[in-house]
Design a protein around this ligand. Structure first.
Ligand code: NAG
Ligand code: NAG
Ligand code: NAG
Length: 982
C-alpha cells in the first residue's frame, strides 16, 4: 500500500497539470515572448455610461502590467488588451465594431455588484489548482472611487496581479477564508499559535478587533478567540512574498516560492492555496502551467515599456444567420420535422425583438432564403415560412458558412459582418467543397461567431472546431425520440447572451420529453416563481398523431383548445403553443397531454417565461463543462459545473442534476453538489459540481442541467461566499458582514450545457479509479482535559466523488514535514484511541464525517498534525488530504475583560456579561445557522412526502425519483452538520 499511495501522488500532479483548461468557453488569452495578448475586459450593458471607467481601466491595467512583469521575475506582462463597450453607451469614432468579443466570454467583467454585496474584487474559480479561472469581476465603484479602493485594498495594479494569479495560473488565497473553513490562526510545528499567511517572515500583531487588546486563546480550539484578527505591520516589512496573501504591503512584489531566501513558502498554513495545491508554493504552481513550463517565456533581460496597447470595441445588435442543412440525410427519421419544430419555436418565441435573423439552406450548394430581417411581431411568421420542406443532395458545409457571412453583410453586401452570429446545423459528413477547414480564413476575416449544432453523431467532426475558434457555442443533438437537446441548444444561443439584448430574455423553466401511452394521457406540473410570469409560453411538439393539451393555473382556471386567444395549434409544424396573455400567476401549474393514437408517442415540452421586474433579478442557471474535448486514456473524467445564482448572489441547497446523453444512447442523471468536496472546490458558492465518469464510447455527449426547488430547500445567500478575493489592508477597514440566508421560494430552471467530445475511449476493466483527494479535513474542537481532537471532513466516493469508499487511513505526527513526507510510516490511530466515530464505516460521497481521537500527549507546545486518505474496496487509494494541526496546550479560561469594550462609559454603566458581548454580526451568524436548522427540519418532512408520492410516467423531465432522493439524503447530512457546528 505504501507504494500505491506514493504512486498516486505522482499521478495527481500529472493529472493536475496535463489538461490545464478550466472551461473552454472563455475568450482564450495567449502569450507570446512574455506578452499576454487577446485579454478581454467587458463592461455590462446595465452599467451607466461613464468615461472614467474606461480611463481608469487603461490606467490601472497599464501600471498593473509593470507589477506583473516584476512578480513573474521579468517573464510576463500584458501586451494587448481589448475593452468591450456595451451597445447602450454612446458610439464614438474610436470604438471599432466588436468581432468575436462578448460580455459572456470576457476574462475581466465590469458589472455592478448586488446591493448587499460590496466592491471587493474577486475571481470566479471552478477548477482546482493550476486550472484557469472563469473571470475577474470588478465593480464600477471599485474602478472609479480609487481613493476608497486604495484605502481598503492598497495598490490597484497589484490587486490585479493577485486576481490574475487566480485567473491565469489557478492559484488560491493564502490568507484565512472563513467561508472555506480556513482559520485565521493555526498551531505550527514548533507548537506556536501563528497567523495563516505567506510568508511567515511577514510581521504583524494578533489583536482583538473590538478592543485592540492582545488576543486570548479559546479553550475549545486551543487557538485565539473568534474576534481575534491578524494585523500585518504596514511599515517595515522586508519580505517580497506574497501577492496571494497581502498584495497591499509595499515590500510585497512577488509570489511565495521554494527557493531559499526572502519570500519562502509557508506550507504549514492551512489556507486554501495549500489545501488545493498540496502545499506547493504559488511560484512552483505557476512555473508548471503552460505559460512557463519547459522554459516557455523565459525572463526578458533588456528593459522595455510594459504598457499594453488597448483596443476599444463596441457591441452591436444581435444578428443571426440560420444556416440549415437540407442534404438528403435530413430527409430520414423525421429530421426535417424536428429541425423545423425547434427552429419555429426559436423564431416565434425565443429570439428577442430588435434582433436580426436571416436564413440559408445548404446541400451541395447553398441558397439564401431570407435576407437579414429585423425581428418584430410581423416578421417572425415570414421567417418561419423560410424553413425548409425538402431535403436532398450532398453536403457542402463550407457553402453554408460562406452564405452565412453573406447574410451578415446585409442586402447591399456592404455591411460589416463582424460580431454577427452564424447558427449552423448539420447532420452529415461534408462531401462537397469547400470544406469547413477551407473557410476558416474567411470566417476569421469576417469576425463572425459560429454556433454549431451537430445533428446526430454522424455530423462532421470539424463542427466543434469551428465554434471553439470563433468563441461560439457547440451543441450535440443525439436524434433520439426523447432528447430535448435541439430545443435546448436553440434557446441557449440566445439566453446565454443577454448582453446583446435590449429587452429581458426568456428563462427556461422546463424542458422534457413525455411518453404518452397508447390512448392515454400524462400529467405534469411546473412552477412559476414570483420573479417570472411575463410572456409565458408552453410548447408541445409531436411527430405522429395529433395530441391535446389542457393547462391549469394555480387557482384551478383551465386553458384548453376552446381558448382561441391563448391556445394555438399549428398542424403544419405539429406544435401546440399555450401563450399566457397576462402575467402568469405564481405557484404550481399543471398540464395534461393526451393522445388518441393507438401507439405510444413522445411529446417534447418546453416552458419559458420572462422576468417581471428589471430590478429583482430572477434565479438563473449556467452550465459549464471542464473541457469540451476529452482524451479518455489521459483523463477518464470530466468536471460538470452548474452555477445557480440570483444576480451574483449564490443560491445554495437547491436540487441540481446534470443529464448527459451519450453516443451509446444512454442517459445519465448526475447529481451535482455545492459541498466543497470532490470536483467542488468551494462550498456554498452557488456552483454545484461533480465528476462525470460514465463514458460509454467515443463521440459526442450532450449535457443539460436541471435545478429544482420544489421542496423549498434552497436559500439565497445575502452575499457572495466566493473566496479568491483580495485581502483588505487592515481587518478593521473592511469587515464584510457574514452571509445570511434567505429561503428561496419554490422554483425550477433548466439550461443546456452544450457538447463535449470523447476520443480514445477504453472500457474500464474493473475498479480503476481511486477516491478523490479529501481537501477539507479540519479540526473543529480540541480538549486538553481529554487529550482529544475532533476531526471533520466530507466523504469522497469510491471512484472520485461518486459512490462510497471503503475505509480511511488517518495518521498523525508531531511535525508537518514528517507527516507530509513520511505519511505511510506515520502513526495510524489504534482502536483504543478512537473515542467516537469509526474509520471503516464510510459515508456516501458528500456526507460529513467526524471522528474524536485521543492523542498520546498534552502540555506545553504539544502539537499534532493529521492527514487522511480514502481507499476503495479494490484498494485504490486517493491522494493524501490537506494536513491540519491541533495544539494540546493548557489554555486558561478566557477572562471577561477582553470581552468588554474600551469605551469607559460602557465599562462602568453597562458591565458586559460573558454571553452578552456578542457583536451584531456574531448574532447574524447564529441566526443564519438557526434558519438553516429550521430548513433542515422542513426538509425531512418534505422528503417523507416526496418518497410516498406516486411516480410519474416521465421519460426525462425535471427529476427522476432515484437521483432526487439520493440528493435529498446528502443534503440532510449537510444540514445536520451545520446544526452541529452551530
Ligand atoms: C499588440 O500590441 C503590439 C504593440 O504593443 C502591436 O504591434 C500589435 O499589433 C498588437 N496586436 C493586437 C492583436 O492588437
Ligand atoms: C436579398 O436582397 C437582395 C438585394 O436586395 C435581393 O436581390 C434578394 O432577392 C433578396 N433575397 C431574398 C431571399 O429576399
Ligand atoms: C522521513 O523518513 C526518512 C526515513 O526514515 C527520514 O530519513 C526522514 O528524515 C524523514 N523525514 C522527515 C521530514 O521526518
Amino acid at each position: 500500500m505504501t507504494g500505491r499511495i506514493q504512486m498516486s501522488v505522482v499521478v495527481c500532479c500529472l493529472v493536475l497539470f496535463s489538461g490545464v483548461s478550466g472551461s473552454d468557453l472563455r475568450n482564450s488569452i495567449t502569450i507570446q515572448d512574455g506578452g499576454y495578448e487577446n485579454v478581454l475586459i467587458a463592461i455590462n450593458k446595465d452599467v451607466p455610461e461613464d468615461q472614467t471607467i474606461i480611463d481608469n481601466l487603461i490606467d490601472i491595467f497599464s501600471s498593473g502590467s509593470g507589477h506583473l512583469f516584476t512578480a513573474t521575475r521579468r517573464r510576463a506582462y500584458w501586451r494587448n488588451i481589448t475593452i468591450l463597450i456595451p451597445k447602450t453607451w454612446t458610439p464614438k469614432p474610436e470604438y471599432e465594431p466588436a468581432r468575436t468579443e462578448s460580455f459572456e466570454t470576457a476574462n475581466v467583467i465590469i458589472d455592478t455588484a448586488n446591493p448587499e454585496w460590496e466592491d471587493n474584487p474577486y475571481t470566479l474559480q471552478l477548477g482546482g489548482c493550476g486550472v484557469h479561472g472563469e473571470y475577474i469581476h470588478l465593480t464600477p465603484s471599485y474602478i472609479t472611487d480609487r481613493a476608497n479602493s486604495e484605502y481598503i485594498w492598497g495598490s490597484m495594479g497589484k490587486l490585479l496581479i493577485h486576481e490574475w494569479g487566480h485567473l491565469r495560473w489557478g492559484l488560491f488565497d493564502e490568507y484565512h477564508t472563513d467561508d472555506d473553513g480556513v482559520q485565521k490562526f493555526y498551531a505550527d510545528s514548533r507548537g506556536e499559535i501563528v497567523a495563516t499567511r505567506c510568508t511567515d517572515q511577514l510581521n504583524g500583531e494578533a489583536l482583538n478587533i473590538n478592543t485592540f487588546a492582545p488576543c486570548q486563546r479559546d479553550r475549545d480550539t486551543g487557538l485565539y478567540e473568534d474576534d481575534c484578527f491578524y494585523f500585518p505591520d504596514l511599515e517595515g516589512q522586508t519580505s517580497p512574498g506574497s501577492i496571494m496573501y497581502a498584495q497591499f504591503l509595499d515590500s510585497v512584489t512577488g509570489f511565495c516560492h521554494s527557493d531559499d531566501g526572502p519570500g519562502y513558502h509557508n506550507r504549514e498554513a492551512p489556507n486554501k492555496h495549500n489545501k488545493l495545491c498540496d502545499s506547493r508554493s504559488a511560484w512552483d504552481v505557476m512555473l508548471e502551467t503552460d505559460d512557463f513550463i519547459d522554459d516557455n517565456n523565459p525572463p526578458i533581460e533588456e528593459d522595455f515599456d510594459t504598457t499594453p496597447t488597448f483596443r476599444l470595441v463596441q457591441a452591436r445588435d444581435r444578428r443571426v444567420a440560420l444556416v440549415l442543412d437540407v442534404s438528403g440525410s435530413m430527409g430520414g427519421n423525421d429530421r426535417l420535422t424536428k429541425l423545423n419544430q425547434a427552429a419555429t419555436q426559436y423564431l416565434r418565441y425565443t429570439i428577442d425583438d430588435g434582433s436580426f435573423v436571416g436564413i440559408a439552406h445548404f446541400s451541395d450548394y447553398s441558397r439564401i432564403i431570407e435576407n437579414l430581417t429585423e425581428i418584430t411581431d410581423n416578421s417572425r411568421e415570414d421567417l418561419v415560412m423560410g424553413l425548409p420542406s425538402i431535403a436532398n443532395g450532398p453536403t457542402c458545409i463550407g457553402c453554408g458558412v460562406l452564405d452565412g457571412i453573406k447574410i451578415l453583410k446585409g442586402e447591399t453586401g456592404m455591411e460589416d459582418p463582424a460580431g454577427g452570429y452564424i447558427l449552423l446545423i448539420s447532420d452529415g459528413q461534408q462531401n462537397r467543397q469547400p470544406y469547413i477547414d477551407e473557410v476558416f480564413d474567411e470566417v476569421e476575416e469576417a469576425g463572425v461567431i459560429v454556433d454549431t449544432i451537430a445533428f446526430s453523431d454522424a455530423a462532421d467532426p470539424n463542427l466543434l472546431e469551428l465554434s471553439v475558434r470563433t468563441n461560439g457555442l457547440g451543441f450535440f443533438y443525439p436524434d433520439t425520440a426523447t432528447s430535448t437537446a435541439l430545443n435546448d441548444a436553440f434557446t441557449a444561443t440566445v439566453s446565454t447572451r443577454p448582453g446583446l439584448s435590449t429587452e429581458t430574455l426568456p428563462i427556461q423553466l422546463y424542458s422534457g420529453a413525455l411518453e404518452i401511452p397508447a390512448d392515454g394521457s400524462v400529467d405534469d406540473t411546473f412552477l412559476i416563481d414570483s420573479t417570472l410570469g411575463v410572456d409565458t409560453v408552453l410548447t408541445f411538439s409531436w411527430l405522429d398523431d395529433p395530441i391535446n393539451v389542457v393547462v391549469t393555473d394555480p387557482t384551478g382556471a383551465v386553458i384548453d383548445r376552446t381558448d382561441a386567444t391563448q391556445y394555438n395549434r399549428d398542424n403544419t409544424s405539429q406544435i401546440i403553443a399555450v401563450i399566457i396573455k397576462e402575467t402568469a400567476k405564481t405557484g404550481l401549474w399543471r398540464f395534461s397531454v393526451d393522445s388518441d393514437s393507438d401507439e405510444k408517442e413522445t411529446v417534447l415540452v418546453t416552458i419559458e417565461s420572462k422576468p417581471t421586474s428589471q430590478t429583482d433579478a430572477p434565479i438563473t442557471v449556467n452550465a459549464i463543462v471542464g473541457s469540451q474535448t476529452i482524451d479518455h486514456t489521459v483523463t477518464p473524467s470530466l468536471e460538470i459545473f452548474a452555477e445557480v445564482r440570483k444576480g451574483y448572489l449564490p443560491v445554495v441547497n437547491a436540487g441540481v442534476q446534470a443529464v448527459i446523453e451519450s453516443p451509446g444512447a444512454a442517459t445519465t442523471y448526475l447529481p451535482l453538489f455545492d459541498n466543497g468536496a470532490g470536483a467542488d472546490i468551494t462550498k456554498n458558492d452557488g456552483v454545484y459540481s461533480a465528476y462525470f465518469l460514465q463514458f460509454d464510447n467515443n463521440g459526442r455527449y450532450s449535457i443539460k442541467v436541471q435545478v429544482n426547488n420544489e421542496d423549498s430547500t434552497a436559500s439565497i445567500s445575502s452575499r457572495s461566499k466566493r473566496s479568491s478575493r483580495g485581502l483588505p489592508l487592515s481587518p478593521d477597514r473592511y469587515t464584510p458582514s457574514p452571509a445570511t440566508y434567505e429561503p428561496a421560494e419554490p422554483f425550477a430552471r433548466t439550461g443546456s450545457g452544450g457538447v463535449f467530445e470523447v476520443e480514445n475511449f477504453v472500457a474500464p476493466t474493473g475498479d480503476e479509479l481511486a477516491p478523490s483527494r479529501i481537501t477539507d479535513l479540519g479540526v473543529i474542537a480540541t480538549s486538553y482535559d481529554n487529550a482529544s481532537v475532533t476531526l471533520q471532513w466530507t466523504a469522497v466516493g469510491d471512484d472520485y466523488d461518486q459512490g462510497t469508499a471503503s475505509y480511511y487511513d488517518l495518521r498523525y505526527a508531531t511535525t508537518f514535514d514528517s507527516l507530509r513526507e513520511n505519511f505511510t510510516t506515520s502513526d495510524p490511530f489504534m482502536d483504543h484511541q478512537i473515542i467516537a466515530g469509526n474509520l471503516s464505516t464510510v459515508g456516501t460521497s458528500g456526507v460529513v464525517e467526524s471522528l474524536v481521537v485521543e492523542l498520546p500527549a498534552r502540555g506545553d507546545k504539544v502539537v499534532y498534525f493529521f492527514g487522511i486518505v480514502a481507499i476503495d474496496e479494490a484498494g485504490n487509494a486517493g491522494d493524501l488530504s490537506n494536513l491540519v494541526s491541533a495544539s494540546l496546550e493548557y489554555v486558561a479560561p478566557i477572562t471577561t475583560e477582553s470581552m468588554m469594550t474600551t469605551d469607559p462609559e460602557a465599562t462602568t454603566a453597562n458591565p458586559v456579561e460573558p454571553n452578552s458581548g456578542l457583536e451584531p454580526w456574531v448574532i447574524g451568524v447564529i441566526t443564519a445557522a438557526s434558519v438553516v436548522l429550521a430548513i433542515a427540519v422542513g426538509l425531512v418532512v418534505v422528503m417523507v412526502c416526496k418518497m410516498s408520492s406516486s411516480s410519474k410516467k416521465k421519460v426525462d423531465t425535471n427529476y427522476n425519483g432515484a437521483s432526487y432522493n439520493e440528493h435529498a439524503t446528502k443534503s440532510v447530512s449537510e444540514y445536520d452538520n451545520n446544526a452541529y457546528l452551530a
